[in-house]
Design a protein around this ligand. Structure first.
Ligand code: IPM
Ligand code: SF4
Length: 461
């Protein structure tokens, strides 16, 4: 019987297997940030251990950094960042600190440097590590004790998840993006729908996505509860990687591509579960609630919990509407927002910024609008293209790289009761600041919303 892509990559990394025990996997790349690493390094110190493979480990500062130039004023954030610097120096780990040209959100810098490659196992103490699966590897988030294990041994014990195929047939209509697709997928299968699975996104619509789009899709796998998300590498993947700083070169590149071409599910591979979606039926998607599965097409209205048959779904919706300050039946297009955030590891890449700039060019924003490049390199690229000027002319704020308003761990937050349209991946209660209300959207919808002050698609402008 044929094997799935996930099974192939997994098998290639098993260094020890024993009956009734988790497999011990070799880890090809370990990404580190300031929030989930301090105790792991403390553990190493206490056990007098070294980092086994500093060459396969890379750190960046992202969650706690301010996105305006200047020092960190919050004492907790400052300590976390200083601790990471101390640990990186002591254990010999490459670090991209604030102000460094390589700094950025951990899931943006791996791919941009070509560190993220097909067929790899990649881990990080961060749930959105699934982003890297867009290159055809197995990438997943781990807890801090696992971070310590990987630092010490470059291996990780893990049980192999089941496999799910999400087949996306057809073509995304004009104006419908990878973000709309993944929001629609999560609304369909639910925030627990992927639990226990590695999802492989397949089909014509996936093949047509750029690497940026594929990363957006894989990024949010975790929001459907999946352990990881992945997409088989192809010419789009190879073209993206070629010439990047850590990509193989010359003969090594040719050998790598030969291997990468074998990384796909066999035609007769059997998935434990298959979900089918027709991309052609999709329209821009937005969330109305407090989990990423509570989403609807922008043309719909705020749903009525009374009409929900499932009691759990109904009470979740009631609570969400109360928190979000929304009334059932209100057209989503009439919801007014105070703030627009374009950024994060979901939509903080160059293509996302270009899309937002295209809409904002020659227009003026009605809301506070933060445009935050996912990395300093994205910032540089955007500035070379003059996108910063477009944003500033429209009245938006152009910032330094970081997680920013994706989560309230730095100065970019919502005030209680404030409402945002945000290109990030989580709309949980308080996610962007205590009492803040979040609508997850694509960069295109975010930019159009900034122009009107209401949830808007570019086609409405
Ligand atoms: C702070 C970190 C542990 C967290 C995560 O694991 O994802 C954050 O990145 C998030 O997006 O919620
Ligand atoms: S940008 Fe948001 S989702 Fe991504 S790592 Fe940072 S906080 Fe987590």
């Amino acid at each position: 019987m044929g094997r799935t892509l996930a099974e192939k990559v997994w098998e290639q990394h098993v260094v020890r297997r024993a009956e009734g025990e988790p497999d011990l996997l070799f880890i090809d790349l370990h990404l580190i940030h300031e929030v989930t690493s301090p105790q792991a390094f403390d553990g190493l110190r206490m056990a007098a251990r070294q980092v086994r493979r500093p060459d396969l480990t890379i750190a960046t500062e992202d969650h706690n950094v301010p996105t305006v130039l200047g020092p960190i004023s919050d004492p907790v954030s400052k300590t976390q960042v200083e601790t990471l610097r101390k640990n990186a120096a002591e254990f010999g780990i490459r670090l991209h600190p604030m102000g460094d040209a390589g700094q950025g959100v951990v899931h943006i810098i791996g791919p941009q440097f070509g560190l993220t490659q097909p067929g790899m196992t990649i881990v990080c103490g961060d749930s959105h590590t699934s982003t890297h699966g867009a290159f055809g590897g197995i990438a997943f988030g781990i807890g801090t004790s696992e971070v310590e294990h990987v630092l010490a041994t470059q291996t990780l014990p893990a049980y192999r998840p089941k496999t799910m195929a999400i087949e996306v047939s057809g073509e995304l209509p004009v104006g419908v993006t990878a973000k709309d697709l993944i929001l629609a997928i999560i609304a369909k299968i639910g925030t627990g729908g992927g639990q226990g699975y590695i999802v492989e996104y397949r089909g014509e619509a996936i093949r047509k996505l750029s690497m940026e789009g594929r990363m957006t899709v894989c990024n949010m796998s975790i929001e459907a509860g999946a352990r990881a998300g992945m997409i088989a590498p192809d010419e789009t993947t190879f073209a993206y990687l070629k010439g990047r700083k850590h990509a193989p070169e010359g003969a090594a590149w040719d050998r790598a591509v030969e291997h990468w071409k074998t990384l796909k599910s066999d035609d007769d591979a059997v998935f434990d579960k298959v979900v089918e979606i027709d991309a052609g039926t999709l329209t821009p998607f937005v969330t109305w609630g407090t989990n990423p599965g509570q989403g609807l097409p922008l043309g719909a209205a705020v749903p009525d919990p009374e009409e929900m048959a499932d009691p759990t779904e109904r009470s979740a919706a009631e609570r969400a509407l109360a928190y979000m300050g929304l009334t059932a039946g209100t057209p989503l297009r009439e919801i007014e927002v105070d703030t627009v955030f374009v950024g994060s590891c979901t939509n903080g890449r160059i293509e996302d910024l270009r899309a937002a700039a295209e809409i904002l060019r020659g227009r003026t924003v009605k809301t506070r609008t933060l445009i935050v490049p996912g990395s300093m390199l994205v910032k540089l690229e955007a500035e070379k293209e003059g996108l910063d000027k477009v944003f500033e002319a429209a009245g938006a704020e152009w910032r330094q790289a970081g997680c920013s308003m994706c989560l309230g761990m730095n100065p970019d937050t919502l005030q209680p009761g404030e409402r945002s349209a945000s290109t990030s991946n989580r709309n949980f209660e308080g996610r962007q600041g205590k009492g803040g209300r979040t609508h997850l959207v694509s960069p295109q919808v975010a930019a159009a919303t900034a122009v009107t002050g209401r949830l808007t698609a570019p086609a409405d402008l």
